[in-house]
Design a protein around this ligand. Sequence first.
Ligand code: ASP
Ligand code: MG
Length: 246
Amino acid sequence: MKIYKFGGASVKDAERIRHLAEIVAMETGPLIVVVSAMGKTTNQLEEFTRMLYPDAPYEDEEYNRLYDQVVSTGELQSTRIVSAYLNHAGIANHWMDITEVLRTDANYRDANVDIAQSRERLQAYLAAHPARVYVTQGFIAGTDEGLRTTLGREGSDYTAALLAYMLDAESVTLWKDVPGVFSADPRKVRDAVLIEDMSYVQAQQLVEKGAQIVHKKTFAPLYEKQIPLYVKPFLHPEERGTRIHG
Ligand code: ASP
Ligand code: MG
């Protein structure tokens, strides 16, 4: 099993979704496609929630619970579209509602995943719905009570890593809007170079120094299982990108 993750920029319009299908079509083995909300949808849903409760304090639990119910619809919608398009393009796939399998506590907006329970649910789900390709949501999950939760902004990378961890996947590929991981921010540092190979420890250090390339929770589960992580350019899939490993 391989895990591919596509961020909001990779599904922001019809042209990008067609391109996503070309990338997915190149993979012939078992695959889980993890998708974020389209473009800046999450920001818009966040603003919308704020409009409903302009005075709620940021730490308000009721507000955070509502936030997760609203904001999670971005991923539910984008994955419906991607799944339908892939089927239309001849890539048969199963749409999975990840809120049924990824179990968290009720710490809304930064929920903690119950790995043991989620793994059991995920394996049972995949066995009950056999397919070569699954399309599912990043960033969102669910509680025992059936409410939706989120894992923290930009959390889809982390979802991809968790799925890989739970399934002992062969690799995770994050399809990004950049050529790969650079030694420094290429927008600010002129001699920044693309790093073709790096260790999890180096990657974690870069992220802790403020690099926003990969969500910070992504590395630990992959490191533990020694599952390689590829950061690849969405618009140039033939390029190597960056490989993060042992
Ligand atoms: N859509 C969510 C966000 O924008 C999750 C993600 O993109 O990783 O924060
Ligand atoms: Mg995003």
